[in-house]
Design a protein around this ligand. Structure first.
Ligand code: HEM
Length: 226
């Protein structure tokens, strides 16, 4: 469901899935005695480290800049093994990150995904965002995953600024038959953070005083909904 939110995301998920299956096939050939679960876990572990490598080697330097990478010691080691792994470190993300900070990515969106041929020529038409939210059908067209992936790697992102494409600020999940039915992602972002700021301190209080459970949160909302 989540991966179908837009076709480029579904294409990336497809590539990861294929890579996972390729790893499982290779691991199985080397370790025929491993069961499905072990093969799955091992391939998942390898793939997670590939994602982490891309994140630290390619994404973060572009987002934060090399000064920040050096300042916070986020460089990858060029050989050997990293020795600073801390099993006590809580790796779960902060609410501030999910409800606000990481949504900066919405400013980087282009209104349409370009498609490229294997010869790196642009193939028309591009895939307009508003036409394909939660509609991954186009991925069934032969070659589409490859065309979208080549489009992604050959197209620069939008600049990080105060602007967000109208595709998601006026046409998000719109119903084509109903004019002005599109949602506004920027507004959703603001509302999520406002909601978080208003409720989190009190939810945190409840969490500390009682056994943390969804039930407590539900009770809190029932009591405070007005
Ligand atoms: C076409 C591309 C994208 C679309 C259509 C999209 C759309 C959405 C939507 C509809 C939500 C939920 C909004 C809400 O109800 O609060 C969301 C959440 C979010 N988006 Fe995007 N987004 C896109 C790309 C990105 C990118 C590139 C990033 C970051 C680099 C990003 C980061 C996030 C984060 C962190 C959340 C919150 C997730 C959570 O708390 O579970 N999004 N996005």
């Amino acid at each position: 469901m989540r991966s179908s939110e837009q076709p480029a995301l579904a294409a990336i998920h497809t590539v990861w899935l294929r890579e996972h299956n390729k790893l499982v096939t290779e691991l199985h050939a080397r370790n025929p005695h491993w069961d499905d679960e072990l093969l799955y876990r091992h391939a998942r572990r390898i793939l997670s480290s590939v994602t982490q490598h891309i994140t630290y080697a390619e994404l973060l330097p572009r987002i934060l800049g090399w000064d920040a990478i050096h300042k916070y010691k986020l460089e990858l080691v060029s050989e050997g093994y990293y020795g600073g792994y801390d099993s006590e470190c809580d790796a779960s993300i902060f609410n501030e990150f999910a409800t606000a900070a990481f949504r900066f990515g919405h400013s980087l969106l282009k209104p349409a995904f370009k498609r490229f041929t294997a010869e790196l020529r642009v193939k028309e038409p591009s895939v307009q965002l508003r036409d394909t939210f939660f509609n991954p059908d186009i991925l069934f067209k032969p070659g589409m995953v490859d065309e979208l992936m080549l489009g992604l790697v050959n197209t620069p992102m939008e600049t990080l600024d105060n602007f967000i494409t109208e595709e998601v600020t006026n046409h998000l999940f719109e119903d084509k038959k109903r004019p002005a039915s599109g949602m506004d992602l920027a507004a959703l972002n603001v509302q999520r953070y406002a909601f978080f700021i208003c409720t989190w301190p009190r939810l945190e209080l409840i969490r500390r005083q009682t056994t943390p459970s969804c039930h407590n949160v539900m009770i809190w909302f029932t009591l405070h909904k007005n």
